[in-house]
Design a protein around this ligand. Structure first.
Ligand code: 5RP
Length: 221
């Protein structure tokens, strides 16, 4: 199976975790786009969705799925999202699409986080994928210098603004052997909105599409 077929496979598999008559949390990215398309096939069985990006919200609405503001939702049994990298501890790097802040907020609210990925995303240690850091525009220089002080090589994502009106610094070269610690350290830099390490609130379940067409269901090791 090719990568696209694997994305579709895990997206269909994720439907099993959607709770009937409830609102489902929906992340963003190409794997999540497959999930949204799959979700449309059972749209009569859910109340609606909350979306981690404007793009996901648009796609949901095009399918006729009601999109709720997170503030109007009391209960979110499950959140489905992809990742740029994930370890067997279900720690992730996210934010390749720039939606990391809203993704982290919805993940914090959800009772269960189901991550859907093709096998290429499973890594022994996080950090090969440049770490996205969402930054308030006036703090770009300061945050860049702080990241460099920590041993990173930040690069401004060109011609890009997040849904929150901020910038992204993609940081290469950080050692992420203790991702929960680094996640907190980075979030303490003045001007950082959030960073793409998801270790303090990892996924609860990983559905990993493998080349042979099977789906490995993994919980934290
Ligand atoms: C967007 C994300 C995505 O989940 C991540 O980039 C994976 O995307 P894709 O499914 O396209 O590989 O964090 O901010």
């Amino acid at each position: 199976m090719n990568q696209n077929q694997l994305k579709e496979l895990v997206a269909r598999e994720a439907l099993k975790h959607v709770v009937e008559d409830k609102v489902v949390g929906v992340g963003s990215g190409s794997t999540v786009n497959c999930f949204i398309d799959a979700l449309a096939t059972i749209k009569g069985r859910i109340e609606g969705a909350v979306a981690a990006s404007e793009a996901s919200a648009e796609r949901l609405k095009k399918h006729g799925i009601r999109v709720f503001d997170l503030n109007s939702v009391d209960e979110l049994p499950v959140y489905i999202d992809g990742a740029d990298e994930i370890t067997e501890h279900l720690h992730m790097i996210k934010g390749g699409g720039g939606a990391l802040t809203r993704e982290k907020i919805i993940a914090a609210v959800a009772r269960k986080f189901v991550c859907i990925c093709d096998a290429s995303k499973l890594v022994p240690v996080l950090g090969e994928f440049p770490l996205p850091v969402e930054v308030i525009p006036m703090a770009r220089g300061h945050v860049g210098r702080e990241l460099a002080r920590m041993g990173g090589y930040p690069e401004l994502r060109q011609n890009f603004k997040t849904d929150n009106g901020n910038l992204i610094l993609d940081c290469h070269g950080l050692t992420l052997l203790d991702p929960a610690k680094t996640e907190a350290e980075l979030n303490n830099i003045a001007g950082v909105v959030t960073n793409g390490i998801f270790a303090r609130r990892p996924a609860d379940l990983l559905l990993l599409g493998k080349a042979d067409g099977s789906v490995a269901v993994m919980t934290e090791k």
